[in-house]
Design a protein around this ligand. Structure first.
Ligand code: COA
Length: 260
């Protein structure tokens, strides 16, 4: 069997998934897309996992894009299938019932930015560069870039990044709302793990409710989105964690959530 393109490690309730092709700047070939899809299926069903952190191996790149060498000779139907394969994996990440944090430790270009954008939160090193450079290859984004960037940062930023292909630095990505936070490169891991632990200690069913509302309600008309939110809100009253959270507040103590 060939070596896995991923490293997967659990630190208590936080699962860290690392794309491990540093000599290719963690470019996403088919084997890596499939391994990521399986890894996120696994993270979804593992009861011990509350939060996932996704990152890239080596000091230079989160992910420098879809694998250009693999794409160079594709025919149209194969190109479409490659896009669908990447999109399916990224939709799996986006709809995971637990928070996923992208730890953007360097270049997040093309498929790399698309991968970061399907995660729920993004923390970037101050040295990171992000962009959608596909036009420079005579291509366009194919793993959701035109759609998720549009929803995340609006038309002006999406048109600029996708039409020029030019990367932007972490500071600008923060200003455009493409990343949530920036950390000095040397502190990126510690700050990301601190955020992951904070989320791992929160009520899992409440986090899932928020993710469901934003994934489902966020794509609906406001009336449907609000109705969905109200139904999810009601569902929370069926959880022991909601009773614990409200009681702990009233008793002035820290809640202990049990994922029930
Ligand atoms: N697909 C396949 N291989 C890639 C890759 C990608 N998207 N990005 C980088 N690599 C490979 C390079 O071919 C090189 O491999 P080699 O050593 O076998 O020749 C290795 O990773 C290191 O990359 P290199 O270009 O030498 O590093 P650099 O520091 O000079 O430049 C980048 C870094 C990110 C600016 C440059 O690699 C780049 O532009 N990559 C492509 C980005 C892109 O267009 N992504 C969208 C794809 S749709």
């Amino acid at each position: 069997m060939s070596e896995s393109p991923l490293l997967i490690e659990d630190q208590d309730a936080v699962r860290v998934i690392t794309v491990n092709r540093p000599d290719k700047l963690n470019a996403l070939n088919s084997a890596t897309l499939d391994a990521l899809h399986r890894a996120f299926d696994d993270a979804a069903s593992a009861d011990t996992v509350r939060v996932v952190v996704l990152t890239g191996a080596g000091p230079k790149a989160f992910v420098a894009g879809a694998d250009i060498a693999e794409m160079a000779d594709l025919r149209p139907v194969e190109g479409r299938d490659f896009a669908l394969r990447g999109q399916a994996m990224m939709r799996r990440v986006e709809t995971l019932p637990k928070p996923v944090i992208a730890m953007v430790n360097g270049f997040a270009l093309g498929g790399g930015l698309e991968l970061a954008m399907c995660c729920h939160l993004r923390i970037a090193a101050d040295t990171a560069k992000v962009g959608q450079p596909e036009v420079n290859l005579g291509l366009i984004p194919g793993f959701g870039g035109t759609q998720r960037l549009l929803r995340l940062a609006g038309r002006a930023a999406t048109l600029e990044l996708c039409l020029t292909g030019a990367p932007i630095n972490a500071e600008r990505a923060l200003a455009l709302g493409i990343v949530n936070r920036i950390a000095p490169a040397a502190e990126l891991q510690a700050q990301t793990m601190a955020l992951a632990e904070q989320l791992a200690n929160a009520a899992p069913l409440a986090l899932r409710g928020v993710l469901d509302c934003i994934n489902t309600g966020g794509e609906s008309a406001i009336g449907e989105g609000l109705a969905f939110e109200a139904a999810q809100f009601g569902l929370m009253f069926a959880t022991e964690d909601m009773r614990e959270g409200t009681r702990a507040f009233l008793e002035r103590r820290k809640p202990e959530f049990k994922n029930r």
